[in-house]
Design a protein around this ligand. Structure first.
Ligand code: BES
Ligand code: ZN
Ligand code: ZN
Length: 480
């Protein structure tokens, strides 16, 4: 819980200091005690505690040089500070944000809140002896600023971080505890009481409306597929409906093109695109953002069974296009193709974003910090670029050429589901492009960014990152 309280004396108070900020002659909080000033160099992401006898203990946190510190570092340094203290069993912590307010005004609040909540985020564990510490956080150091606005922004920021943590929780859940049915039920129950209409369509419906590509993947498992539809229609003044289509493969063994066992590590996380969609729409709805957004999450397992599809099969799709399956491990694009068609035909989508842990190639190309983008629309991408510069996430746009499109042409069907080797991220995205019917479309391949074994930033923890949630959220905010 984060609240404001100018005067509350907490177990610990966090104070941020720039490396080159001169020490004020009038002694105040930011004048480091002489002893500390001598030994503490205030470099970025360093800290030193100052335990006052009988008073509030302080944690001084270095921000580094003022010119090198930027808005996008707030989340990181706040999460760092919280992590320094959360290892102790403290009940309450206060965070003095005056340094950030001075530089960035109240627009720093959301990022401070994200830093706090994501810094406190703990991987749900299934140890029988689990212990989950909770502590209260108090924002301080805002004298002279509008308290009401700060309280409001704390609430907005909390709803954004809740969306990120919702996505993380879903992705971190083991596949046996998150089948497509459970994923649908979990999302439906989380959305109860919100302005989002949740509809869950079962395998019979999926089959009946001709989602053959999705159904083909889903029937490979005894745990049947579900299509999860989230309708958030909160802008009656606009006819635009943006579909967020997220890959929801709750476990990807590769199917008959079985993954080698050392590649099976993250198979439970193959629904991170779907989880990001659920997280982003959750934040939008909780914050009453004026937008028309429909989330479409095809949830399925990709497994081996008597019913599984095999390489060489030719299957249909909801769009009517036929697909030659060359690799059963390229299942994501199959379910997304039908989900995109569903979004256009059944939900009236006029713009499309699809998000998926789609290719190993994107990890080879961009690593774990940067996700891949393909798009057919410069204007839409420009808007998305603004959104991700606000969120601080990193994306990189890949080129599209006809030569790339040629790589997925099939001799016996309209299209094939792999392009042999080379530029796998591009060919995977272009497969989906075949189904977007020339609507403005952005494709996000988050296979590298959805999961970290070693966190890259302080606001991450080992496991799911919640990639995509904040950038998709910011896309729908009205520009200030
Ligand atoms: N879910 C995987 C992609 C993936 C790889 C996600 C690594 C996270 C980490 C996807 O379904 C897949 O297996 N893609 C194949 C496609 C290939 C067979 C054309 C890949 O990228 O190897
Ligand atoms: Zn796969
Ligand atoms: Zn997959």
């Amino acid at each position: 819980m984060i609240s404001v309280d100018k005067l509350k004396k907490c177990d610990f108070k966090i104070i941020f200091v720039y490396e080159d900020e001169s020490i004020n002659a009038n002694r105040n909080l930011y004048d480091l005690p002489e002893k500390i000033n001598k030994v503490f160099h205030k470099k970025y992401k360093t800290s030193i505690p100052f335990i006052e006898e009988g008073g509030v203990s302080l944690l001084y946190v270095g921000l580094g040089e003022k010119t090198k510190f930027g808005f996008n570092k707030i989340k990181d340094i706040v999460a760092y500070s919280i992590k320094q203290i959360k290892k102790y069993e403290v009940e309450d912590i206060s965070v003095d944000i005056s340094m950030f307010l001075k530089e960035y005004d109240v627009r720093c609040i959301k990022d401070v809140v994200l830093g706090i909540n994501l810094g406190l985020y703990e991987l749900k564990n299934y140890k029988t002896s689990k212990k989950q510490g909770k502590c209260n956080i108090f924002i301080q150091g805002y004298e002279g600023y509008n308290e009401e606005r700060i309280v409001e922004d704390i609430s907005l920021g909390t709803n954004i971080s809740d969306g990120v943590m919702l996505a993380r929780d879903l992705v971190n859940t083991p596949a046996n505890m998150l089948t497509p049915i459970i994923m649908a039920e979990t999302i439906a129950s989380i959305y109860e009481g919100t302005a989002v209409d949740v509809e869950v369509l079962d395998e019979n419906y999926i089959k009946d409306i001709g989602m053959e590509a999705f159904y083909t993947v889903g029937k490979s498992s005894g745990n049947p597929p579900r299509l999860i539809v989230l309708r958030y229609l909160a802008d009656p003044s606009s006819k635009d409906i943006t579909a967020l289509v997220g890959k929801g493969v709750t476990c990807d063994t590769g199917g008959y093109c079985l993954k080698p066992s050392n590649s099976m590590d993250g198979i439970k996380g193959d629904m991170a695109g779907g989880a990001a969609v659920a997280g982003a729409i959750y934040s939008l709805a909780k914050n009453n953002v004026k937008a028309n957004v429909v989330g479409v999450i095809p949830a399925a397992e990709n497994r081996i069974s008597r019913e599984s599809f095999i390489p060489g099969d030719v299957i249909g799709s909801m769009s009517g296009k036929t697909i030659e399956v060359l690799n059963t491990d390229a299942e994501g694009r199959l379910i997304l193709a039908d989900a995109v068609t569903y979004a256009i035909q059944k939900e009236g989508a006029s713009k499309i974003i699809d998000i998926a842990t789609l290719t190993g190639s994107v990890v080879n190309a961009l690593g774990f910090s940067t996700a891949g983008v393909l798009t057919n629309n410069d204007k839409f991408f420009k808007e998305f670029k603004e959104a991700y510069s606000t969120s601080g996430e990193k994306y990189w746009r890949f080129p599209i050429c006809d030569e790339h499109r040629d790589m997925i042409k099939s001799n016996i069907a309209d299209i094939k589901n792999t392009g042999k080797s080379y530029c796998g991220t591009i060919t995977a995205g272009l497969f989906i492009e075949e189904f977007v019917e020339n609507m403005p479309w952005i494709h996000l391949d988050i296979a590298g960014t959805a999961w970290v074994d070693t966190p890259l930033y302080e606001y991450q923890s080992k496991g799911a990152t919640g990639a995509g949630v904040t950038s998709m959220y910011y896309l729908f905010l009205e520009k200030e």
